[in-house]
Every structure is written in C-alpha cells, then in structure tokens.
Design a protein around this ligand. Structure first.
Ligand code: 6PG
Length: 462
C-alpha cells in the first residue's frame, strides 16, 4: 500500500496538518529524524490510517509516484539540507512543497535549482498556527499550476471554510505564495502593534485596569472590529499568573521578538519603493522594545510622563478601525506593486477571500476588502474604493482626536501616528517634495521636472 502524500517535519505544524489530512480521509505519512515526534504522531493519530518513519529511504518508498512531499521544517538553511538529502531519492515529476515561512528569494532559487532535475518546487504559505493547521488553515500556494492541480483536492479539503468556500487558492507563479504569506505577516505585525498601542492608551492614558481593558476589547470584538487578533488579545487580559497573584500579562517582559517575516516585508517595500509605514513601525518598535536598559535610564533622565488623556472609547475605536484599514491597504498596495514587478498576476479579490478564514489576520473587515476588489480587481489602493472611503471619513475625527491627545501628553503611539500621517500624505494632491527636488538640484545639479512642460531642467540657484 502506498501513501498519497508525505510530510517532512513532524513538529506541531507538520503533525497537525497531517492529522487534518487524515481526518479528511487522505492516506498520508510522515517523516522525522526524531523518534519522539513519530511516537507523538502515531499516538495522536491512532484512530487514523497514519504511519511515521524515521528512515528517509523507507519513507520515500512508501509514497505513490509522482511523489508529493510537504516540508514543514524551520525556514532557512535547514530547508536546503533537507532538499539535498531528498534529491537523490526522488524522480522526475515529484513535487516538493515548502510550507514554512521561507523568504521568497530562497524559494525562487530553489525552484530554479530543482527545475534542472525535473522536480517541481512549490512555495506555500500556511497561516493559522497550531489550531489552524489541525482544523483549517488559510493556505497560499504558488508555483507550477500543474503541480497545484495535483494537490488541489487535499488543500481544499483541509482548508478553513467561509460560506463553504475553502480558504485556499492558486496564488500565482514562482515564489508568489511565499511572497503573499510574507505580506500577510507584515499586516499581522502592524495589527499586533496597533493593538499593543491601544492597550498602552487604555492603561496609561485612561487608567484602565486589565479587567476593564478586557471588557472594552470584548465589546469591540462583537462589532465591526471583530477579528482573530482582537479576540485572542481580549482573552489575554483575565489570565492569572500561576506563580504570583498577578495577571500573567503584567509579568511578561516588554521586549518583543520576531522571526523575520515582518522585517522582510519592510525590506521588500523599500526595494520596490512602495511604502508600508504602519508595518515599518511595527517592525521598528519590536526592535526598539529590546533596548530595555537604555529606555529605563532615559526615562530616569527625562522623567516619567503624566500621560492622562481625555478621549472617549468611541474615539479610540474609530482610531483603531481607521488604522487597521490602513494596515491592510498598505499590505495590499505592496502586493499590487509586487505583482507588476515580479509578474505574479495576483488576484487581490481571491487573496482577500482566502484571508477571511483560517489565517491570523482573518477579520470581519476582510469581507469589505474582498467586496472592494471583487468589484474592481484592478483597484490600485483600497482607499480608492467608494465604500471604504465612506468608512474612513466616518472614523477620521476620532482618529485625529486620539492621535492628538496622545502626542500632546507624551504617549508613544508610533503606528497610530504614522498611519494617520500616511493618510494625510497619500490624500494630498501636492506634497512639499518640490522643495526636495530644488535642494537636490541646488547642491548636486540633479535636475528637476516642471509642472508646466516636459523635460528635465537645471537652475542657477546662487
Ligand atoms: C501565521 C503566523 C505564523 C507565525 C509567525 C510569527 O500566519 O500562522 O504568521 O507564520 O506565528 O511567523 O512570526 P514572528 O515570530 O516573527 O512574530
């Protein structure tokens, strides 16, 4: 008996995804060097037709041909070493699907390297964490379309469903699947930062207790802000520490870590010259948080701020909604630009559609995004949609009040402030950038263009 699909890497994600497939009736098998992982798989999957191998030859031998393999191993050099180990055992037409958070440039390189051997390499972003992998993730597969068609049934069966539609679709050629997942994570970083700043405002600006913050978030999550990230954030506040009488949140160090996908989004945005300032602020402030000793000493030097502010919870809700919309808009704008640059032919409506369920950035608002792009798939920027414009206009006053109050009382709100100023800039027909051109021409004869005629000009400035 031969299996339809093999999973390499039986950590939490790989194991859960495999169990999800087995649930749906697919005959699947797994490989891991670590015996403990195999024991875990066989234990959790004891009612399923599942087998685990710690011998790679036997594992490969157990698969139907052409073979389909999913890699769920840590992104980076490990992916290359697993590929090197696999290569001599595979034959033409076999498919390798890398489902980790690999950098899209690595995926491009691997596609090209394996093409020479007649192997299909496929980059597929998977979102939804452990729960998602086990019961329904959102999946972003990109690469050879024929290879995708081989896998389509399995993917559609295991994906999260929204109105019966599976949260998976063919994203596009090359590394587009990993690219889209990277931008998904960039948006994830931005929304997490906005939630953290909102927590800071409620706590320091309005003096709310953790329980009160929980109540505010819980109420918000029943309305238009409904989202997975707000939901889990709401649930964090009442959790008690097991070692002290305090809330667990208060016992956690204020130094945020990251594995790189947010930074990559910012890097690519600079590369493509397509700004995503809210994502940048999220990345920057995870980094800034690590300078704890410096922050402590500088607070001593400059004094603790009296950060009490006078805004309503509705103002704050508007500010959050406004900024969340902008975070999605920036990420999608980057996808539009990348699609042109890398010829991904991305369908933004389909991407919004599969983000509505299963993934970390799933939110009620994604339905609005989906509708906007479904109406007009060549929409350059989400702010260009009439429905979205209406929402934004209604949230602006509360946003300005919130940002102004925080700025004047010294509450750090990098993501909120930068999001608002991004809006004010991108909605300006004329920016002061003419002065930059004049300065460049002044000191370096870099020339400028004129508003009244074509061509490049240089002036004698002094
Ligand atoms: C997801 C998550 C997942 C992972 C992030 C965390 O979509 O399921 O994005 O991929 O949890 O990579 O990233 P950081 O460790 O960088 O915060």
């Amino acid at each position: 008996k031969k299996y339809k699909l093999g999973m390499i890497g039986l950590g939490t994600m790989g194991r859960n995804l495999l169990l999800n497939m087995a649930d749906k009736g697919f005959s699947v098998t797994g490989y891991d060097k670590d015996q403990k992982m195999i024991a875990k798989l066989e234990d959790e999957g004891k009612n399923h037709n599942l087998e685990g191998f710690d011998n790679i030859e036997n594992f490969i031998d157990s698969l139907q041909t052409p073979r389909t393999l999913i890699l769920l191993v840590p992104a980076g050099p490990i992916v290359d070493s697993v590929i090197a180990e696999l290569k001599p055992l595979l034959s033409k037409g076999d498919i390798i699907i890398d489902s980790g958070n690999s950098h899209f440039s690595d995926t491009n390189r691997r596609v090209a390297e394996l093409e020479n051997d007649g192997l299909h390499f496929f980059g597929m972003g998977i979102s939804g964490g452990e729960e998602g992998a086990r019961f329904g993730p959102s999946m972003m597969p990109g690469g050879d379309k024929n290879a995708y068609n081989v896998m389509k049934d399995i993917f559609e069966a295991i994906a999260a469903k929204v109105n019966n539609d599976p949260c998976v679709t063919y994203i596009g050629p090359g590394a587009s699947g990993h690219f889209v997942k990277m931008v998904h994570n960039g948006i994830e970083y931005a929304i997490m930062q906005l939630l953290a700043e909102t927590y800071g405002i409620l706590k320091n600006g309005l003096g709310y207790s953790n329980q009160e913050i929980h109540n505010v978030f819980k109420k918000w999550n029943e309305g238009r802000l409904q989202s997975f990230l707000l939901e889990i954030t709401t649930d964090i506040f009442p959790v008690k520490d097991t070692e002290t009488p305090n809330d667990l949140l208060d016992m956690i160090k204020d130094e945020a870590r990251s594995k790189g996908t947010g930074k990559w989004t910012s890097e690519v945005s600079m590369e493509l010259q397509l700004p995503v300032p809210t994502i940048n602020e999220a990345v920057t402030n995870r980094d800034l948080s690590k300078y704890k000793a410096l922050r402590v000493s500088l607070e001593e030097a400059f004094g603790k701020k009296d950060s009490k502010i006078d805004i309503s919870i509705d103002d704050l809700e508007n500010a959050f909604y406004f900024s969340m919309i902008s975070a999605y808009a920036q990420g999608l704008h980057l996808l539009v630009q990348a699609s042109k640059e890398y010829k991904y032919e991305l369908k933004l409506n389909q991407i919004a559609k599969i983000w509505r369920g299963g993934c970390i950035i799933r939110a009620k608002f994604l339905e609005d995004i989906y509708q906007a792009y479904d109406k007009n798939n060549s929409l350059e920027h989400l702010f260009g949609d009439a429905g979205i414009q209406k929402i934004i206009k209604s949230t602006l006053a509360g946003t300005r009040k919130t940002v102004a109050a925080c700025v004047s009382s010294g509450i750090g709100i990098p993501a909120f402030a930068s999001t608002l100023t991004y809006f004010d800039t991108i909605t300006s027909a004329r920016m002061p950038s003419n002065l930059i051109q004049a300065q460049r021409d002044f000191f370096g004869a870099h020339t400028f263009e004129r508003i009244d005629k074509e061509g490049v000009f240089h002036a004698k400035w002094n």
